[in-house]
Design a protein around this ligand. Structure first.
Ligand code: GCB
Length: 619
């Protein structure tokens, strides 16, 4: 075959291979009426994985099958020769969702397998289908209902739904989840990161009931050609040739039609003149209902466009500067457990919106809870959404690439109805090599294909050189041609020995025809530690000066259209063990774990207030 043909064949194969999320997807599964299974669960640690396999391999013996549908205490009483080395019903309880790190002091540094059990009463309606829908389990989950294995999922940050029709019974049910946080070279992220690996059932668990044929996927958006476009996918025996209707009552819009043989439908209408576009200033959401047969789902959806033109980012056709900050999924408080309730999400995002005068957040370094992206929609913050392709990924391993593609697809398919999200990021700080670039190009192409309405980016590394006696940063990454927005993390004056006074004179050599954002910039400070005289690192004064100088540098870069400094709040990181300043926390927050503002907070807030008023005066 000649080279051209090989390229075409490879392209065709790659199209065919775009991963879609396995059904059921149960889009908006967090909003469908459901029975919540949050609350008290029993848990039992299993560091030697006794419940997974016997000590010679193979099936675990009856004494350690934590997933069995069995009352252990009653079984021991009934047969005095019976041996059990677990009893989930009598194990300690924890309130879920939450990482196990906060269940008990000895759980803090545990990474491995933990079993969870919860009993619940159900009344499944005959002729309906039932699904267990997990918001996320970090990192692997295997699920048993009434002693039957009903499914498994890998990836700590995206939802999954398992059909349990015929397994869930009227009356009492026993649900067991094996949650495994162990990381390795082939997990995403791999073992070494810079944040706490919050293992466990970290997002809500719900029992959802649907008609036998139901709307499994729905995507409604404003496309760049100025139309409201809707896609739906039905699931069930009557999916083909079914009437589907999407209604937006407040706009008097109805789009309807019939599904094809595969249960797919799509339709569109011109934008009604009374549509109020979504933006950070006017975060208007509309109730959108999709119905087919006896099923209906309602989501709250905003309509806006996002595009790039040369080095500009255009929101609803107008250039915008992204006044952002990076955020980890960790609630404000002295002992966070990755428990993102709507209130916790609101508290974090309100600091960005009202305190910093921001219009944008980078939700680093993995898909955050859908509670957070829904709150961003409501409060009016643009979002950079990311998958955990972080640092040393096994880029030459095809199975890892397959996992990454699934994670990206799961993230996009969960959240593509969120107006707040404008950028899908495929990676953070991955050193350039041929396998890495192939890997990330595949992801960038997937993102464009799965969602042509948004922008694609990745936080890149840069080279450093000296030009005319001053430092110059050079972007030399072949991935540049595959992304819409260039993004760089910069720490000159923190991780380098540059004097802060020299930072404003650092220049940047970057492609001039694409928008650039600083996806990170930052320095540590321990809240309350002051050192105005010597300005040593870790003092609030040093961090504030770092921001002042770096912002001056930023002002001299013509194509820079936004930033998301690192980071809103100090966050837990086992890497950070300075006994005085860090004690297990990354201190680059502008606020302390409990929300105390450091001096640098005001520096950035003032900078953004000025940017906001400059932007308002241009309009
Ligand atoms: C980075 C990483 C981020 C780290 C941060 C730091 O470049 O992207 O995950 O936490 O630097 O504090 O070093």
């Amino acid at each position: 075959m000649d080279k051209g043909l090989i390229k075409i064949a490879a392209f065709v194969i790659s199209l065919w291979a775009v991963p879609a999320v396995a059904t059921p997807m149960l889009t908006a599964g967090d909003l469908r009426p459901a029975q919540s299974l949050d609350g008290a669960w029993h848990y039992s640690v299993d560091p030697y994985r006794d419940g997974e396999a016997g000590f010679h391999g193979g099936e675990p013996g009856p004494s350690s099958r934590r997933y069995a549908d069995l009352d252990v205490e009653a079984a021991m009483k009934a047969d005095p020769t019976a041996l059990f080395e677990y009893d989930m019903d009598q194990s300690p309880t924890a309130t879920l969702p939450s990482s196990w790190l906060t269940h008990a002091p000895e759980m803090r540094y545990y990474q491995g397998l933990v079993w969870y059990e919860r009993k619940f009463d159900a009344q499944p309606k005959p002729g309906m289908r039932q699904f267990l829908r997990f918001g996320a389990v970090n990192y692997r989950a295997t699920v048993w209902l009434n002693g039957r294995k009903v499914g498994a999922h890998e990836g700590g940050f995206t939802p999954f739904a398992l059909e349990v029709t015929g397994v869930v019974r009227a009356g009492q049910n026993r649900l067991v989840v094996a949650a495994d946080s162990a990381s390795s070279d082939t997990t995403l992220p791999p073992s070494v990161t810079d944040w706490e690996n919050y293992g466990g059932i970290t997002r809500s668990v719900r029992l959802v009931e649907t008609p036998t044929t139901y709307v499994d996927d729905l995507w409604v958006r404003l496309t760049r050609d100025g139309r409201i476009t809707a896609d739906a996918q039905l699931n069930g025996p009557a999916s083909a040739n079914q009437a589907v209707t999407v209604r937006i009552p407040e706009l008097n819009v109805t789009i309807g039609g019939k599904s094809d043989a595969a249960g797919k439908w799509s339709g569109s209408v011109g934008v009604p003149s009374r549509l109020r576009l979504w933006s950070p200033e006017t975060p208007k959401l509309y109730a959108v209902t999709a119905s087919s047969g006896s099923d209906a789902i309602t989501d709250q959806i905003g309509f806006r466009t996002i595009a790039v033109k040369g080095a500009q980012i255009l929101l609803n056709g107008k250039p915008i500067y992204l006044r952002g900050i990076s955020v980890h999924e960790e609630e404000i408080g002295a002992n966070p457990g990755r428990n993102i309730t709507p209130e916790a999400a609101h508290d974090l995002l309100a600091v960005v919106k009202d305190g910093l005068h921001g219009n944008y957040v980078r939700l680093a370094h993995y898909p955050h809870s859908e509670v957070m992206t829904r709150e961003a929609d409501k409060i009016g913050l643009l979002v950079w959404s990311e998958i955990p392709i972080y640092w040393r990924v096994a880029f030459d391993n095809p199975q890892v690439l397959a996992k990454a593609r699934t994670m990206l697809a799961e993230n996009i398919e969960r959240d593509r109805n969120r107006a707040s999200i404008i950028i899908w990021s495929v990676a953070n700080e991955t050193p350039v090599s041929a396998p890495r670039t192939d890997f990330l190009e595949t992801l960038a192409d997937d993102a464009h294909r799965l969602d042509p309405t948004r922008l694609v980016s990745a936080a890149l590394l840069n080279d450093r050189t000296t030009t005319n006696g001053h430092a110059e940063m050079v972007l030399n990454d072949p991935l540049v041609s595959h992304v819409d927005v260039l993004a760089i993390n910069t720490y000159n004056g923190w991780y380098t020995a540059d004097k802060l006074a020299d930072v404003p004179n650092i220049t940047w050599r970057v492609p001039a025809d694409k928008p650039l954002v600083f996806s990170e910039l930052g320095a540590d400070a321990l809240a309350g530690f002051h050192d105005p005289a010597t300005m040593r690192k870790e003092s609030e004064e040093y961090q504030a000066a770092f921001f002042r100088q770096t912002l001056q540098m930023a002002d001299r870069i013509p194509t820079l259209v936004g930033m998301s400094p690192w980071v809103l709040k100090d966050f837990r990181s086992p890497r950070r063990q300075h006994p005085v300043f860090e004690s297990g926390w990354n201190r680059k927050g502008l606020i302390s774990p409990t929300g105390q503002r450091k001096q640098a907070f005001q520096v950035l807030a003032d900078y953004y207030a000025k940017k906001a008023s400059d932007a308002a005066s241009i309009k």
